[in-house]
Ligand binder design. Structure first.
Ligand SMILES: NC(=O)c1ccc[n+]([C@@H]2O[C@H](COP(=O)([O-])OP(=O)(O)OC[C@H]3O[C@@H](n4cnc5c(N)ncnc54)[C@H](O)[C@@H]3O)[C@@H](O)[C@H]2O)c1
Length: 252
């Protein structure tokens, strides 16, 4: 398969549950990949994939503008261009609205919104020079419908979804498409962080699964499949879209 042949893709949050699958799938579809995450060096499957010349890892905090610049520079230096950005990094906060500290709110917004905005800006400036590209934000169904103890995260992910619409409007004249995917609960570390070490952990996971029409968590490859489609030229008439991948959660 070569749905991304000839393209260079940047994938943030690349060592996470969805990011790791995205690196693997994008490479399998012919892309050259810059994989980035907080850790200084890649681990696990991404470390294996980075042994190939088509995959380069850039470590660092994506909130740091110097790291954002290094990510873009790596794409240009190693592969000469950037065609796709999958803004996949993210952190969650499981806290009631009344108990959220300003520092926690700032952290959630800085990672999920500010870093997405500024990394996209740096990437889009390069895409403008080469005539276009595709940017995909990993938002959340938690940014579309409300969940208990998810106010800071949900509001930030709603902002990420709106960024896709607003950026699509500003960038359409440059041939850049911008879309957002909104996963339901996906079986990665993130929902485990959200639930924490609650004594009724298993019952909470079941209750989360039951919110979806399909009564299950999504598998990491299920949102990644949509991100890959949106990144590819198959999605050439789709921009400014905010698309659920949520097992029917938002249908009810
Ligand atoms: N898992 C879910 O239920 C779910 C649902 C909806 C949306 N999402 C979104 O999907 C995306 C991928 O999450 P996931 O499910 O793979 O979870 P995950 O926790 O496995 O992966 C998130 C990755 O983002 C990275 N990251 C976080 N802060 C960073 C920073 N400051 N600098 C660099 N990297 C940073 C983490 O190190 C991690 O590897 C996130 O944006 C998340 O908000 C997840």
């Amino acid at each position: 398969m070569s749905r991304l042949a000839g393209k260079t893709a940047i994938i943030s949050g690349a060592l996470g549950g969805q990011g790791c699958i995205a690196v693997e799938r994008f490479l399998a579809e012919g892309a050259k990949v810059i994989a980035s995450d907080r850790a200084a060096a890649p681990t696990g499957r991404v470390a294996e994939l980075c042994k190939a010349s088509s995959c380069v890892y850039v470590g660092g905090d994506v909130c740091d503008e110097a790291v954002q610049t290094a990510i873009v520079a790596a794409a240009l230096e190693r592969f000469g261009r950037v065609d796709v950005l999958f803004n996949n990094h993210g952190i969650i906060l499981g806290k009631p609205f009344l108990e959220t500290a300003a520092s926690e709110l700032d952290a959630v917004w800085t990672v999920n919104v500010r870093a997405t905005y500024l990394l996209s800006q740096k990437v889009a400036r390069e895409m403008v020079k080469t005539g276009g590209g595709s940017i995909v934000h990993n938002s959340s169904i938690g940014g579309v419908v409300a969940f208990h103890d998810m106010t800071a995260y949900g509001a930030a992910k709603a902002a990420v979804a709106h960024l896709a619409r607003a950026m699509a409007a500003d960038l359409v004249g440059h041939g850049i498409r911008v879309n957002a995917i909104c996963p339901g609960a996906i079986d990665t570390q993130m929902p485990r962080n959200f639930v924490g070490d609650h004594p009724e952990r298993e019952a909470i996971f079941q209750a989360i699964a039951d919110k979806h029409l399909m009564k299950r968590f999504g598998r990491p490859e299920e949102p990644v499949n949509l991100a890959l489609f949106l990144a590819s030229d198959e999605a050439s008439y789709i921009t400014g879209a905010v698309i659920p991948v949520d097992g029917g959660l938002s249908a009810i």
